[in-house]
Structure formats: structure tokens, C-alpha cells
Write a protein that binds this ligand. Structure first.
Ligand code: MN
Length: 193
């Protein structure tokens, strides 16, 4: 089974001015597509060849894990963005208030976790195994579904996500990314969790 690159649910230019079409073009059509191509090459003639993506992410190691998890994480990242973001559901905003105090305090904690992540990785809003909302950071390709947590939202903090638009400024990228968060997607993930 060949894995295929997901279709973006918007045009590459749709996220401007917050994320440029040039960034989306490199990030989606080069980096993300590259992980899909590498994954297909690596699983060929292995026991993972006919397995779904999530199974591979939860079971494989080494290069197969890295490429599968990067495909999974990038799928989640693109679905988590929208050119016309809506508001969080009442259920989600209540839980965010209960866990973090307010949406503003959640944002601050999410950003400080993202800025504090050394090197490449991902920052997530997850539902933990204990059923609580939490902010989780993962390094490189690592991903919450490997650890039994359910992801609701992710931000890619690899430099390739922001270097074209924001050079080395991860904080500037985060402020722009925040304006695009697809709260409908996040709320739907919560209601399924
Ligand atoms: Mn990326």
C-alpha cells in the first residue's frame, strides 16, 4: 500500500499574510511530500508495507518511525490551520479555562513551551491518558499517539516551518500561526477523544 500526500484543505496562498504561499509550498510540497516518498521506499517489502499510517507510527522504530510520524504530524498540522478560523466549542473553552485559567494563559504556556523546545520538534495540546488537557512537547518526529495521549492541536516548530517568513524568530512565527488555528478541528478532536 502506497501512502499518499494528503490534499491541503485550502489553497497554498490562503494562509497569507500569516504564513506565506512560499512557506507552504516548501513545507508541504517539499518537506511533507519528502517524508511520504521516503516512507513508501522504506516500508516496501517489510511487514509495514500493507499497514495503515497510525499502526506504523505506533509500532515502528528508526527511520520508518521517523518518516511515518512526520507524515502523521504534518497531516495534523495542516488540518489544524484555517484561513477562516472559528471559535472553540463551549466544551473546549470550558476545559481550557479549567486547566489553564483562561485562553490567554493557555496561549502563553503553549508559546513558552514552543520557544523552550530545544532544536526541532512539535508542541501539542493533548488529552492525556488520565483524561486531562495538557501541553506536550515532542522532539524531532516524536508524537503523542506513540505515548497514549490524544492530540487535539499541534504546532510544528522545526525551522523549516518558519525560516522563509520569520528567519530565526520562532516567537514571531507562533504569533502568526496562532491567528490561523482551526478551532473547529481542535473542538472536533476533543469531542471524539
Ligand atoms: Mn514541518
Amino acid at each position: 500500500m502506497q501512502h499518499i500526500l494528503m490534499q491541503l484543505p485550502y489553497e497554498q496562498i490562503a494562509l497569507e499574510p500569516y504564513i506565506s504561499a512560499e512557506t507552504v509550498s516548501y513545507h508541504y510540497a517539499k518537506h511533507h511530500a519528502g517524508y511520504v516518498t521516503k516512507l513508501n521506499g522504506l516500508i516496501n517489502e517489510t511487514t509495514y508495507a500493507d499497514k495503515p499510517l497510525e499502526y506504523i507510527v505506533q509500532n515502528a522504530d528508526g527511520a520508518i518511525f521517523n518518516n511515518a510520524a512526520q507524515v502523521y504530524n504534518h497531516n495534523f498540522y495542516w488540518y489544524g490551520l484555517s484561513a477562516s478560523p472559528e471559535f472553540p466549542s463551549l466544551e473546549l473553552s470550558d476545559l481550557i479555562k479549567r486547566e489553564f485559567g483562561s485562553m490567554e494563559e493557555f496561549k502563553e504556556k503553549f508559546f513558552s513551551t514552543a520557544v523552550g523546545l530545544f532544536g526541532s520538534g512539535w508542541v501539542w495540546l493533548v488529552v492525556t491518558k488520565e483524561g486531562k488537557l495538557a501541553i506536550e512537547q515532542t522532539s524531532n518526529a516524536d508524537t503523542p499517539i506513540r505515548h497514549g495521549n490524544i492530540p487535539l492541536l499541534t504546532c510544528d516548530v522545526w525551522e523549516h516551518a518558519y525560516y522563509i517568513d520569520r528567519r530565526n524568530s520562532r516567537p514571531d512565527y507562533l504569533e502568526n500561526w496562532w491567528k490561523l488555528v482551526n478551532w473547529k478541528f481542535v473542538s472536533e478532536n476533543l469531542s471524539k477523544a
